[in-house]
Design a protein around this ligand. Sequence first.
Ligand code: AMP
Ligand code: GLY
Length: 429
Amino acid sequence: MISFSDTTVLLLGAGGREHALARALALSPRLKNLYSLPGSDAISDWAQSLPGNPASPEQVVAAAKDRHASLVVIGPEAPLAAGVADALRAAGLLVFGPNKDGARLESSKIFAKEFMARHGIPAARSQAFEAAAAAKAALKDWPETVVVKADGLAGGKGVFVCPSRAEAARAVDFLMEQEGAGQAGKKILLEEALSGPEISALAVCDGKNFRLLPFARDHKRLQDGDAGPNTGGMGAFAPVPVSEEARAAIENIFARTLGGLRAEGIDYRGVLYAGLMMTARGPKVLEFNCRFGDPEVQAVLPLLKSDFLELALACAKGELGRIRVEVALGACVCVVLASRGYPQNPAPAGKIAGLEAARDSGVLIFHSSTAVSDRAWSGGAGRVIGVSALGKDLSEARRRAYAAADKIQFAGKVLRRDVAAGMPAGAEA
Ligand code: AMP
Ligand code: GLY
């Protein structure tokens, strides 16, 4: 097939996920122009930044029309929940990202639970509450260990795995009485605590068809050995080896989910991300997200041999049926560098040294929160940089990622040392 550089893309977002997406889009021979809104200094290596609020339907539609975008790729969840995809589609534009109705799978955990129950999708048992007193009174009917979850978008701060009823009651109060996660915690779920290894399963969808991307594992806790608080993710690797049986069960979860969405009149085009726990009784869905996971995306996209722009365009047009996803052999490991105090109280990272030396070692560097001035990079507060390395297997990718991560220096740098550790070849979830 002859490819033409005929596609102008507008990419929404500004973080590490969007940096990885910008790179993947820029690799496509189909790409004519790439714009990012709002973008970042790092993303502007690949894209021209446009000012604006990515969660404002009016601003995004105006920018997309002004720049003659033939495709809009939506990175984060907030624009999806705000109906940006709906407004773009109503204006006749092609979009990679679901409408607000589909995005409810992420923006309301109660909706997601009810949806899963309607469509026979395996998940933890749960109960929804709109008042703290009722939730606390119900705790006596639940096992000692229980999970308390905010219904709405809480940026990773709305889930508490509680080892005792007393702690669960405190989590209920934090969410519902103290509004610790804002509006997101007005309603909550009590949920059965499951155990097993976790997998981030991501698929691209065109409303009817889906294609699974390599399975990834996120490292959500701050410290080695899964100690410390939950974070947005301190590292990720792909692929996670799984048995044929587990793969078939995961395929089945996606088939049911996409089938269920269609049956409910929801035309879901974009990424569907299932956070799965591989329990002794098979995979169960912990949560759905409607966008790429970050840092998972930083380990998954570098493994794609297929043209990501072609994939996104096929999803947006409803033409994924004719497309195969090709994946490279080998593995990718992403190590996240965060700033001191992350996640509770992050301080700005300040001056960053060693970026060039790290890049020269042949890894990919994705910026979550940085800015450049006079060619000197400085880091913001929170997750700062992701270092992704490819290798013939996980242990080689891991070695290369850490060698490069060690070359990058800033005051108070925080990282985990055990990303993708203990994954011998052939180990299966
Ligand atoms: P979520 O945002 O729902 O994926 O939850 C964040 C993290 O909390 C997950 O990655 C799990 O480690 C943990 N978690 C969520 N739900 C459960 C559950 N039902 N049982 C045990 N752990 C859970
Ligand atoms: N890394 C988890 C997420 O993006 O939700």
